[in-house]
Design a protein around this ligand. Structure first.
Ligand code: GTP
Ligand code: MG
Length: 201
């Protein structure tokens, strides 16, 4: 079918922009993940961990860590010419929960980063997205020295719905993080296409 002149001229593509949250427990690698893939210099809101915070800031497993995110990380990645993701990394510590609702506004989906040495740290993020029906993917950040578990073991430990993708990743590695982001977008778009369950079930 002919659509007239407009079909002959190739117009520059306006990319679709999607917002993705990067969540998970304290020190699990959220800021690292955003920094690994962002094609703009990521906006960071890091503050030094202080002596005063020592009783509440548990750095077991990430002893080299000396800063923490106090508001958010922000980065951008072009997945395809017509698809750009804006990444919002959440602060990992409980005292910043009040920021989450603001950050979650308009999010298409989320990555919940997990560390198998302290899996329970990501329970709250999983709960948060389940409750708000925000599609999410769990990405296990493979720290050296952490035990490796099969995906199904992680799924069972987190009591995830069967449809929630679980992936292994290295938050420092661009290609690995990209795979995680593609999985989130695909999962969220598939969920958006699926017929909705009736309210109250
Ligand atoms: N070995 C290893 N270290 C990592 C990996 N990812 C992050 N790190 C290190 O772990 C520490 C914590 O990383 P961050 O990216 O600051 O963690 P975060 O989740 O943003 O932390 P908060 O914002 O404080 O909750 C840093 O010292 C990173 O260099 C990883 O995959 N492997
Ligand atoms: Mg951080």
């Amino acid at each position: 079918m002919a659509f007239g002149r407009s079909s002959r001229k190739k117009r520059p593509v306006e990319p679709v922009t999607l917002k993705i949250l990067v969540a998970g427990g304290f020190g699990v690698g959220k800021t690292t993940l955003v920094g690994a893939v962002s094609e703009i210099r990521p906006l960071r809101t890091e503050e030094r961990l202080s002596e005063a915070g020592r009783p509440v800031d548990d750095v077991a497993g990430v002893e080299g860590k000396n800063t923490t995110t106090v508001a958010m990380d922000f980065g951008r990645i072009t997945l395809r010419e017509d698809l750009v993701l804006y990444l919002f990394g959440t602060p990992g510590q409980d005292r910043f929960w009040f920021l989450w609702d603001e950050l979650a506004q308009g999010a298409l989906g989320a990555v919940v980063l997990a560390d198998t040495r302290r899996l329970e740290d990501c329970f709250a993020a999983v709960d948060y997205f389940e409750r708000r029906a925000i599609p999410f993917t769990v990405a296990v950040n493979l720290f050296e020295g952490a035990a490796r578990f099969p995906v199904e073991t992680v799924r069972a430990a987190l009591d995830l719905d069967p449809g929630v993708p679980v992936l292994m990743c290295d938050a420092r590695d661009r290609a690995s993080v990209r795979d995680v982001l593609v999985a989130v977008v695909e999962h969220a778009l598939a969920r958006a296409d699926a017929p909705r369950e009736p309210v109250g079930t």
